[in-house]
Design a protein around this ligand. Structure first.
Ligand SMILES: Nc1ncnc2c1ncn2[C@@H]1O[C@H](COP(=O)(O)OP(=O)(O)OP(=O)(O)O)[C@@H](O)[C@H]1O
Ligand SMILES: [Mg+2]
Length: 452
């Protein structure tokens, strides 16, 4: 093996091969190029380059095939996938099969260089345990995470990497951002995806029941325990146990869960036998757990235990670019599920959806679209149908966003003016601001100098 840092570039487009060749040579790498999967594999076998830059669409086979073959021979190979596809499946599939990184075309050369040098460093420094490989599973329609914004793509990468291990995961995000769906995708795409996925909703169960739900109980453990009961932890087997709304877990159970996470052992309520669990733990919350820790409502040590890997799902309003794709996805899914036949979406409809703030996030978007699709008569989802659905939809988000500051200030000033009978001096005093400031604010908010 040469000591020069070598790279193999596999891409069917000659122009990409040439420009990458030139660019990477300039950076001091020894470069070989191949235009097909077979040629690439032959070069890889002969020269064993430290890093492979691999296109997905190749004339003779899929780049993912090539990746699979390389990884089968050398689980520690560093392969950077480059592709014009932006979908979740190939990203997750590639990361799960052991790709080192996944970059989208058109290539950003700086990004590529960074990925290459990281992979080189990895190659030099890291002694990795062999990657496990598993057959690519298809994601059922109900378990697709739509999104192509950079933040979502990086989440897909994490999910793909998680498929290779059993690490505990904490998923944080506002209501309706897709936390539960993400937990299911992590479970489905992991090696033990056939095992049970068991949910524990920490909000709905009262404390002593939650404990027996979780750990199970023996017959006669407490009044009413007529039969022995298998707890959720046992039911999960080697699958996944999903703690939904972990922030609502009562304090006493927090201590018990912590102990379980440390030793992976538990006993049924009223039982003496020590049971072990190999289940993967995923927890989700729409609270800010650090804030709950500060307020003494959540144990810091438990937070650390849960946060081995943490995924922060951003609210929909921070990834509005995902909306058009989500609209397509939900509309065609709704067509299948509801038997509707909406084949087009008017541009204005998408624009109206993109203008909304989505406090209820993806769930709210889905609800609005469901209403709109059901209200549609023809093949086109019209702007006005969407607008009507937007203004009438009953969804009340759990976490209502605060009104804009200006609006709050205006309300406050108006309230004080009304209370003082529009006496400006008294109002200014009540609000602890000067009279000129009060006047300025009043004119800014269009409040008349005298009450009606
Ligand atoms: N990226 C996405 N692609 C497709 N569907 C999504 C996506 N994100 C969320 N959804 C859908 O939106 C709905 C809400 O998602 P989910 O129940 O996972 O949210 P959540 O974060 O658990 O919300 P909550 O905190 O209120 O429990 C589900 O129907 C889910 O399938
Ligand atoms: Mg949820």
């Amino acid at each position: 093996m040469s000591t020069l840092r070598s790279i193999l570039v596999v891409d069917d487009e000659a122009s990409i091969r040439e420009s990458l060749d030139m660019f990477l040579r300039e950076k001091g790498y020894a470069v070989r190029t191949a235009g097909s999967g077979a040629e690439g594999l032959a070069l890889w076998t002969r020269h064993h380059p430290q890093v492979v830059v691999l296109d997905v669409r190749l004339p003779d086979m899929s780049g993912l095939e090539v990746l699979k073959k390389i990884i089968a021979k050398d689980p520690e190979a560093n392969v950077i996938i480059i592709t014009a596809f932006h979908d979740m499946e190939s990203t997750i599939a590639a990361m799960r099969q052991g790709a080192y990184d996944f970059l989208n075309k058109p290539l950003d050369v700086d990004e590529l260089e960074q990925a290459v040098s990281r992979a080189m460093r990895m190659n030099e420094a890291l002694h990795r345990s062999p990657a496990l490989s598993s057959p690519v599973q298809d994601f059922p329609a109900s378990q697709r995470l739509v999104g192509r914004t950079p933040v979502m793509r990086s989440i897909f990468k994490t999910v793909g990497l998680l498929a290779r291990n059993r690490a505990t995961v904490l998923i944080e995000g506002e209501t309706g951002t897709g936390k539960e769906l993400m937990a299911q995708v992590i479970h489905q795409s992991s090696l033990l995806g056939e095992q049970p996925f068991v949910t524990v909703d920490c909000t709905t169960l009262v404390e002593n029941l939650l404990e027996s739900e979780l750990f199970g109980h023996e017959r006669g453990a407490f009044t009413g325990a007529i039969e022995a009961k298998t707890g959720r932890l046992e039911l999960a087997g080697e699958g996944t146990i999903f703690f939904d709304e972990i922030g609502d877990l009562p304090q006493t159970l927090q201590a018990k869960l912590l102990r379980f996470l440390e030793y992976r052992e538990f006993s049924r309520v009223g039982g003496t036998q020590v049971l072990r669990s190999a289940a993967r733990i995923i927890a989700a919350t729409n609270h800010d757990l650090s804030e709950l820790v500060r307020r003494g409502r959540f144990r810091q040590d438990l937070l650390y235990r849960l946060k081995v890997i943490s995924i922060l799902v951003p609210p929909l309003r921070e990834r509005m670019e995902d909306i058009p794709e989500m609209v397509e996805y939900f509309v065609s899914r709704l067509n299948r599920e509801l038997g509707t036949r909406v084949t087009r979406v008017e541009k204005g409809a998408v624009a109206a959806l993109t203008a909304h703030a989505w406090p209820g996030n993806v769930r709210e978007l889905k609800n609005v679209l469901t209403k709109a699709v059901l209200d549609s008569r023809g093949a086109v989802l019209l702007t006005e149908t969407v607008q009507a659905a937007l203004s009438s939809h009953p969804h009340r988000p759990a976490s209502k966003p605060l009104p804009p500051l200006g609006e709050m200030e205006r309300e406050r000033i108006l309230g004080a003016l009304t209370a003082t009978g529009w006496n400006l001096s008294a109002t200014a005093r009540a609000l602890d601001i000067s009279r000129p400031t009060l006047r300025k604010r009043m004119s800014r908010y269009g409040l008349p100098a005298k009450g009606a």
